[in-house]
Ligand binder design. Structure first.
Ligand code: G3P
Ligand code: MG
Length: 348
């Protein structure tokens, strides 16, 4: 076989195929800890064994996250066993889009929710956020914030020490990934918001909303190992808003990122354009962007709104025995490999 560099050089001399794919992860490529059997053969097809006889650019576009894109790319490359290494810039997670907001919050205090320990703190810092706190930092500061949970040694070890949160006003809260301890996180989120950012300080008038609230994944449910779908970050958001409304009679305003929102699909389009540039030097004007997903509310709705081709697969959240999907895809397919072959045959 040609040396890798020679193959790469040859590739740039070829004209790019006018098609690119964005693959959802949970319920399409994997289900919980298990990789679906059609995933590896599908990637081999994309990497050259297809009617274009050349590599078709692709990214992964997920409402999941909690770790860096580099760590996720390494973990998924190992899980897929498809004989290639995913590049970090090919993995667009729920919070990856927050890379574009760093300048706005560079010198502000941000509280990040979700994921394990201080993993999302490290992700936020890798994006350039500087003053990043977690709800475990708050619990380590004063166990009375939520006395019903005894902080574990591991949680204590992951917490920033010596921060006085009444003197350290939180300017924004980012729900990076799915919170693990909803009770602790909803309690602290309500404290931050009701005290105008200063946890423990007297509550302020809720007419003024100084604390910005950003959610990165609207999924009410998602497909993991369990036979029935599991509650996602969208369910956490509903739980918080219900508690806040009971406390104050109000709904708290927030920014929503993640599929199906436009900022996330705009970001994904940029990531695909980057793949074309790296492989072929340019992207054809008339490129067909194809989303393959399992959740009509996020994957199909977002792709349709973005003017992309969309395929709904039957390996995840959507159950074809339960009637038509809430959002109509361009086509449906049994699984991700059938989806890719179907698009390439029907569209080209
Ligand atoms: O937390 C992950 C879940 O909400 C959905 O992930 O890959 O199906 O967008 P995905
Ligand atoms: Mg999914």
């Amino acid at each position: 076989p040609l040396r890798l560099e020679a193959r790469r050089w040859l590739q740039t001399k070829l004209s790019p195929p006018p098609v690119a794919f964005a693959f959802d992860i949970d319920g399409v490529l994997v289900r919980g800890s298990k990789t679906l059997p059609c995933t590896a053969p599908m990637f081999k097809h994309l990497l050259g064994d297809n009617p274009f006889r050349r590599q078709i650019p692709f990214i992964l576009l997920t409402n999941g996250g909690g770790v860096s894109e580099k760590a996720r790319a390494e973990a998924l490359s190992h899980a897929f066993q498809a004989g290639f290494e995913l590049k970090p810039e090919q993995v667009v997670q729920a919070h990856t889009v927050l890379k574009k907001d760093v300048d706005r919050y560079r010198d502000k205090n941000v509280l990040v929710l979700g994921g394990k320990g201080d993993e999302v703190r490290r992700v936020a810092e890798s994006y350039g956020y500087r003053n990043v706190f977690t709800t475990l930092d708050v619990l380590a500061w004063d166990s009375g914030v939520w006395s019903l949970h005894q902080i574990t040694d591991a949680e204590e070890a992951s917490a920033k020490k010596g921060v006085n949160f009444t003197e350290t006003p939180i300017d924004a809260v980012f729900i990076f990934h799915d919170p693990r301890n909803w009770a602790l996180d909803i309690q602290i989120l309500c404290d931050v918001i009701q005290s105008g950012g200063r946890i423990g300080a007297p509550y302020v008038d809720q007419g003024h909303k100084p604390v910005e609230l950003v959610f990165c994944n609207p999924d009410l449910i998602w497909k993991a190992d369990f036979p029935q779908p599991r509650l996602g970050q969208g369910a956490f958001k509903d739980a918080f808003q219900a508690v806040y409304k009971s406390l104050t009679g109000q709904h708290y305003p927030y920014v929503q990122y993640g599929k199906p929102t436009k900022p996330t699909y705009d970001f994904a389009r940029e990531a695909l354009a980057q793949q074309f540039k790296e492989i072929y030097g340019s992207m054809p004007e008339e490129t067909l962007f194809c989303m393959v997903g399992d959740n009509p509310e996020s994957d199909i709705a977002g792709a349709n709104n973005a003017g992309w081709n969309s395929t709904l697969v039957h390996t995840g959240v959507y159950d074809p025995t339960k009637g038509s999907p809430a959002h109509t895809p361009t086509q449906q397919a049994e699984d991700v490999f059938s989806a890719v072959k179907q698009v390439l045959i029907e569209e080209f």
